[in-house]
Design a protein around this ligand. Sequence first.
Ligand code: SF4
Ligand code: MG
Length: 316
Amino acid sequence: SETLLEVKNLKKYFQIKKDQTVKSVDDISFYIRKGETFGLVGESGSGKSTLGKTIVGLQAPSEGNIFYNQQDVGTLDSKKKKLVNKEMQIIFQDPHASLNPRMRVGDIIAEGIDAYKLAKGSERQNRIYELLEKVGLSPDHAKRYPHEFSGGQRQRIGIARALAVQPKFIVADEPISALDVSIQAQVINLLDDLKQQEGLTYLFIAHDLGMVKHISDRIGVMYLGKMMELCDSHELFKNPLHPYTQALLSAIPVANPKAVKRERIVLGGDPPSPVRPPKGCRFSTRCPHAMDICHGQAPEWKEVQKDHWTACHLYK
Ligand code: SF4
Ligand code: MG
């Protein structure tokens, strides 16, 4: 399948003090195929949201390239860049914080329609009604305010707002993490249905592997600003190569523990501060397999089996 999006050696650094830089995204390269759901997993502080925001153009990369449909987004003129930005939308983690409490739901949904001047008057109104129905809400919700809705409904409003400009690529940044477990599946199903109907491609960000297992075609695992492993979703669960992935997987409860023999790997300590990441391999302070070389030299990002990438000195 064709590549829709590719990032090459992407870096996003934040200078927090004169002598302190957080390398939130540090030299990451991968691609997303047209029509796939790409799951991106990592603990908080791993840089996954920063990667998502940088990809959709909410912030400029410090270094590296983003290609959308084979075009280097950084080299586009402002008109073309605007078009690309319209095709890439983001759904945020906290639907409460991302909706302006003083705006009516209809106007929130129409933000993109208005910004890109896609419709006005009754056509605009009809688009709002259609969008509300598309996400399982009703047209008369348009005149209400965000606080009148439940968390799940607010996330549906956020989804409608993203869909309003007819995007092709959506970054869903932990879209269900803030919701009750009972409604998480509904929102996932909605996103899945919309993907089919609208022909979308997703970058789906989550903090645990269990959440992205069933919806992702491929999965990438991040740790302290680096991609640790990336491959087909089934492959990742069957044959995890990176010690960090192995530890994450071992923490997921399995339905039949006797059939699947998996020992829980308990990692020592918390993730180190992203301000002072360990030298060499970023995982070296917690890795059960760490060797001398791991503390001094960062492992290369490489394809160690077909379509299976990892950064670890265990694999030559
Ligand atoms: Fe562990 Fe070394 Fe591999 Fe890093 S490079 S994950 S420390 S074995
Ligand atoms: Mg986040």
